[in-house]
Design a protein around this ligand. Structure first.
Ligand code: GLA
Length: 392
């Protein structure tokens, strides 16, 4: 049955736009971050996995000078004159993501041709599984329509779109993993050098994401606050250690020695980042040795640090983590992504998955009167064009 979903999408495109002449389909995955949270914009380390949940865009040239984008999820069609794209300002609307990407492509000297786009996504929005980056990267590929761009430039361009147009001062993790994901692997990213190492996860474990189904309004503003608090920490630490350019450069001992001179909140934020960076390295090392117990402990340490020092968790996330940790076969659990809602990621034994799903759903329903969505995290390939024989 290979190619069925692809031909269905082509068919839906034809119904929407009247013709599917020249249509191509591009895919960009969402992600779950295993460990290394709020470290990317501090130029540290992260360990995400690209998921098989992805955004697909069917795109074909249009002949009337317009760019049209239809979102199935929003059931909404928008259109612009291609000639006007460069001058558009943010509309605080989902189309800010594709328009931001269009503007960054134009800035890079890459023309945008008139086109019709159909957006379909299995990445749940607001879930912390990076639906934004999946939309940015898939639209960038659709706008490029086969023109080649260095993959690292593609990830950075999409990050700039989010920072400059959407106004979210994000790090590089989400766009990077959407481009560079690999089947069966997590990817350790050095967010300063932008180098990567593929990490094959040990046998005998699997990962599951559980969605709180909430995204608290605080998420955007708190993210910006954290970015600013980290900058304040760097400024404070620099007074004693002038070589420090970002929290990535700070050792636990250095932080200890300047702690009394930093405001308490700033010191706690820095402590999260410095210890979290170290945890990524220890997790990868434990994974290489197959030390499942230590891997699990590090996930829990990461969560507690995000909960108490970085303060980006929330009651729903804490409940999911605590509930998971009491279930047989669970090795570790933590919030994943920016926080204030979205998902947890849990590391568990494969034979515990079914029971885990039932127990989590039951407990969450009882506590919050809501059904949490649960996703298997299958490490998947990064973004690209969907070829003829591919199923999705
Ligand atoms: C969001 C941002 C990422 C990263 C995470 C937290 O997903 O887009 O760049 O900062 O939060 O780790």
């Amino acid at each position: 049955m290979a190619g069925v979903a692809q031909s269905l999408m082509t068919e839906d495109f034809r119904k929407l736009y009247g013709s599917a002449e020249g249509v191509r389909i591009f895919r960009a995955p969402g992600r779950v971050n295993l460990i290394g949270e709020h470290t990317d914009y501090n130029l540290g380390f992260v360990l995400p996995v690209a998921l098989d949940l992805a955004t697909y865009i069917a795109a074909a040239p249009s002949t009337d000078g317009k760019l049209r984008i239809y979102s199935e999820f929003r059931k909404e069609m928008r259109e612009w004159n291609v000639a006007d794209l460069a001058a558009l300002t943010p509309a605080r609307h989902w189309t800010d993501y594709p328009i931001g990407v269009a503007q960054e492509l134009l800035c890079a000297g890459l023309a945008i041709a008139p086109a019709n786009l159909l957006v379909r996504s299995s990445v749940p929005e607001g879930s912390g599984l990076s639906s934004s980056a999946a939309l940015e990267v898939s639209t960038a590929l659709a706008f490029l329509a086969g023109r080649l761009l260095d993959p690292l430039d593609l990830a950075r361009l999409c990050q700039r779109a989010e920072r400059n147009f959407v106004g979210m001062p994000c790090g590089i993790m989400d766009q990077y993993i959407s481009v560079f994901g690999r089947e069966h692997s997590a990817v350790e990213i050095d967010c300063r050098s932008l180098g990567r190492r593929f990490v094959e996860l040990p046998a005998g474990i699997t990962f599951v994401a559980v969605n709180t189904m909430v995204k608290h309004a605080l998420a955007g503003s708190a993210y910006k606050d954290r970015v600013a608090e980290c900058a304040a920490a760097v400024a404070g630490i620099k007074e004693k250690f002038p070589g420090v350019e970002s929290l990535r450069d700070v050792s636990p001992e250095q932080l200890e020695s300047v702690a009394p001179s930093l405001p308490a909140v700033v010191e706690r934020r820095a402590r999260h980042v410095v210890t979290e960076d170290a945890r990524v390295g220890r997790y990868v090392e434990a994974s290489t040795r197959g030390d499942l117990a230590l891997m699990g402990e590090l996930l829990v340490e990461s969560h507690r640090s995000l909960q108490h020092d970085y303060e980006v968790s929330c009651a729903e996330l804490d409940f999911l983590v605590d509930t998971a940790l009491a279930i047989d076969g669970v090795l570790g659990s933590r919030m994943t992504g920016g926080g204030f809602g979205g998902c947890t990621v849990t590391m568990l034994r494969p034979d515990a998955v079914a029971r885990f799903g039932q127990e989590m759903a039951r407990a969450y329903q009882r506590q919050f009167q809501a059904a949490p969505q649960i996703y298997a995290c299958r490490p998947s390939a990064g973004a690209g064009e969907v070829k003829d024989s591919e199923e999705f």
